[in-house]
Design a protein around this ligand. Structure first.
Ligand code: SAM
Length: 215
């Protein structure tokens, strides 16, 4: 039966061979090499939505292991449908709130983190929920390899300005900052568009991007 014909997304996710379950002991820190059956680098996208970006990346880079993280079952289900159409051995998913990311990856286990078009949480009192906030940067600091880096793209200028301001207090440095990615041919080389990037750039919104390392 094709996934799109099944209504209960939680049940589908529970049985999916593409999903590693945070609430069982499957996704334990330090076990990702075993899960993928090799020791290739691990790149993760946090808040992957329907998975267009990470699925494309996994197809283009078979020598990298990818893990897509998404909070909502109904959204993750769409990524599973893509996997059903084109199965990739180097891509797995977890349905979880990224607040708990340190429960599923060991210190230094991740080689690269992608944040794409993260939810802006515009109210000040919700700043801690923003995925590029200093609270989240502290979590990424634990799971990311020493020389690993994080890439963030968004068309939301207030969120991007906030993200840039968070870097220094959190102890991170930007190697790349652009406020108009699509007009920068060098940075566009190898750029894989996310679903939101396609939508907002086609509306004429400039796309901001940074690439950051620990200081
Ligand atoms: N990255 C995709 C793109 O660029 O097309 C989707 C962007 S969408 C605006 C943000 C996604 O992040 C949503 O699917 C949302 O459910 C997910 N998300 C937000 N906060 C999250 C969290 N704390 N943990 C995991 N996923 C989260």
């Amino acid at each position: 039966m094709r996934l799109r014909n099944i209504t209960g997304s939680r049940e589908v996710i529970a049985q999916s061979p593409y999903v590693i379950h945070e609430d069982t002991l499957e996704a334990r820190p330090g076990t990702w090499g075993e899960i993928f059956g090799n020791s290739a680098p691990i790149h993760i996208e946090i808040g992957m939505g329907k998975g267009k970006f990470i699925h494309t990346m996994a197809r283009l880079h078979p020598d990298i292991n990818y893990v897509g993280i998404e909070k909502y079952s109904s959204v993750l289900l769409r990524a599973l449908q893509k996997m059903e159409e084109e199965e990739l051995p180097n891509l797995k998913f977890i349905r979880m709130d990224a607040e708990d990311i340190c429960k599923v990856f060991a210190e230094g286990e991740v080689d690269r983190i992608y944040l794409n078009f993260s939810d802006p949480w515009p109210k000040d009192r919700h700043a801690k929920r923003r995925l590029p906030s200093r609270e989240f940067l502290a979590r990424y600091d634990r799971i990311l390899k020493k020389d690993g880096w994080l890439e963030f793209k968004t068309d939301n200028r207030p969120l991007f300005d906030f993200a840039v301001e968070e870097l220094e207090p959190a102890g991170w440095n930007a190697r790349v900052i652009t406020y108009d990615l699509h007009r920068d041919p060098a940075l566009m080389e190898g750029n894989v568009m996310t679903e939101y990037e396609e939508k907002f750039s086609s509306m004429g919104n400039p796309i901001c991007k940074y690439v950051i390392f620990r200081s």
